[in-house]
Ligand binder design. Structure first.
Ligand code: HEM
Length: 509
């Protein structure tokens, strides 16, 4: 057996340790010095001859990036015009840089087209770390923290039951039913019951589509040549879109204000809360209007795509689906439907959802962060000011953390004792924090989203056996684009596991 040396036993040992310590300190000093003097290099970069920088295909760019990570290592540097971007493609590097040093990457890079022109600096997701972000996140946290998220369970339960009924009546449109669930939930939480937003959904979606185009690196020249924004004729379409967003969001907020003034019973909502607590959060009217609008933009399509990913995984992997159903049979039985109370007793379902969201991550390219100080990792330095992306797809394929990464294996989320593991996770909701405070966890909607995913998956897998219709096309990456696809990426059949009349009766209660 290997013996550890007795640290106090000999003068020689002490001498060796002292020399080693000195060398260690010297090594650290040398690395800091090298980093400061710019001598520690940036992470490796795939070669490119293009002046405009590395070429990334419009469709599934994350696959190209994952190839570079396989070839060059956990960190790669790419160029978009003159700007250097560092991409993290392995789990350990993501934890070391984005999680352990989260405060140094909490900022966003400057996004002139999307952040400044299209959103007028009012989008929480694109805004710099600082006072506005702190006020906005504090207000959001009041409605989305883990405790607050519990209050939405009755709403989520009734919408999930409605989704089961929608699947019974119209199984072909399963992906639209998920969108109806998430839009209805998010709109009610934001603006209350029967809000004007229900009629504005289409217009909000059109506005958000412009955002998803503007946010792509290199989509607008102004992000490389900032002075262009001062030319009166530049970016007219973005300016018009800002006016449209402003009109929609301000109109929705004013509607809530009028309802409150006329003492209409509109129930609780985020919009009502910020209006009534203006003095607490110190938000201006445009900030309130855009913050409420963010609920829909950030929470609706993401939740629907996640729900559909779980359903698609169930149909693609029937053996894994039947393990979840065996658990549902054992814990719940067929005479009653699962509820939120059962969540802790359904670890197979929990592992299945985790694996589905690792198998087909929902924001595969990740979101841009900005380093606010020089960051050293291994023998590389990421200089302050660099844009950093954690590439969710490449990280999800890290073979050291997820052996056989392309296989769908919910069992990987269990430890040897058969309990859910807490030593690894997957960054479904992004990395690090946006603000050094208790309301800083990166995606403020994650508790709400997790509950939506649990209850819809539990009810649907309990009620139906899902099968893939193999005569129809299957695009199993079809829900990964960040917006809900207009074409259905797959066709699933829903076979009843519970007698229909029983099911209808339980779902109408
Ligand atoms: C399954 C559903 C969801 C997924 C996969 C998801 C994912 C993400 C990701 C990846 C980020 C960026 C993380 C980063 O910068 O590294 C993010 C940010 C954000 N999410 Fe979510 N999200 C979901 C649901 C929601 C919901 C339901 C809401 C609100 C109702 C929400 C609100 C936000 C906001 C406001 C931000 C921006 C935060 C900031 O930059 O300060 N999300 N989300």
């Amino acid at each position: 057996m290997l013996q550890l040396p007795d640290l106090h036993s000999s003068d020689n040992t002490q001498l060796i340790l002292s020399v080693a310590a000195c060398l260690g300190v010297a090594g650290v000093i040398a690395r800091i010095y090298l980093a400061k003097s710019g001598a520690l290099p940036l992470p490796p970069s795939p070669s490119t001859w293009r002046l405009r920088g590395h070429f990334l295909p419009l469709e599934n760019p994350f696959l190209t990036i994952a190839g570079w990570v396989d070839e060059h290592g956990p960190l790669v540097t790419i160029r978009a015009g003159p700007e250097k971007i560092v991409i993290i493609g392995r789990y350990k590097a993501a934890v070391d840089i984005m999680e352990k040093q989260g405060a140094s990457v909490a900022d966003r890079p400057r996004m002139i087209a999307a952040g400044e022109i299209l959103f007028g600096g009012l989008s929480i997701g694109l805004t710099h770390a600082g006072d506005r972000l702190r006020r906005m996140r504090r207000a959001l946290h009041s409605h989305l923290n883990p405790k607050a998220a519990e209050a939405y369970q009755p709403l989520q339960m009734s919408l999930a039951k409605k989704m089961v009924l929608d699947l019974l009546d119209d199984p072909n449109n399963f992906h639209n039913h998920a969108s109806t669930f998430s839009a209805a939930m998010v709109l009610e939480i934001t603006y209350g019951k029967n809000s004007a937003a229900n009629t504005e959904v289409k217009e909000i979606c059109d506005f958000l589509e412009t955002r998803s185009i503007a946010i792509r690196p290199g989509a607008y020249l102004v992000d490389s040549i900032p002075w262009l924004r001062y030319l009166p004729w530049y970016g007219q379409e973005l300016k018009r879109e800002f006016e449209r967003g402003d009109r929609i969001y301000t109109g929705l907020m004013n509607h809530v204000k009028q309802q409150l003034q006329s003492k209409v019973d509109i129930g609780p909502s985020f919009a009502r809360y910020v209006l009534e607590n203006e003095h607490v959060h110190g938000l201006t009217e445009p900030e309130m209007a855009f913050l409420a609008g963010t609920f829909f933009g950030a929470g609706s399509d993401t939740t629907a795509a996640a729900m559909n990913t779980v359903l698609m995984a169930a149909a693609c992997f029937p053996e894994e689906q039947s393990k979840v159903q065996a658990e549902l049979n054992g814990v719940i039985g067929r005479r009653q439907a699962p509820t939120f109370v059962d969540q802790a007793s359904l670890p197979q379902l929990d592992a299945f959802i985790s694996e589905a969201l690792r198998w087909r991550p929902l924001s595969p390219n990740g979101f841009p962060h900005r380093a606010t100080k020089d960051m050293i990792w291994g023998n590389h330095c990421i200089p302050a000011g660099t844009t950093i992306f954690g590439n969710h797809w490449a990280i999800s394929r890290d073979p050291d953390v997820y052996p056989e990464p392309d296989a769908f294996k919910p069992q990987r989320w269990f430890n040897d004792q058969g309990r859910l593991r807490n030593d690894i996770n997957f960054f479904v909701y992004g990395f690090g924090r946006r603000q050094a405070s208790s309301f800083g966890s990166i995606c403020p909607g994650q508790y709400l989203a997790n509950k939506s995913l649990f209850i819809t998956s539990a009810l649907i897998l309990w009620a139906f056996q899902l099968n893939m219709d193999t005569t129809q096309p299957l695009d199993d990456m079809g829900f990964m684009s960040g917006v809900m696809p207009s074409e259905r990426p797959c066709t699933i059949t829903f076979k009843l596991r519970v007698p229909e009349t029983e099911l209808r009766r339980m779902m109408q209660r």
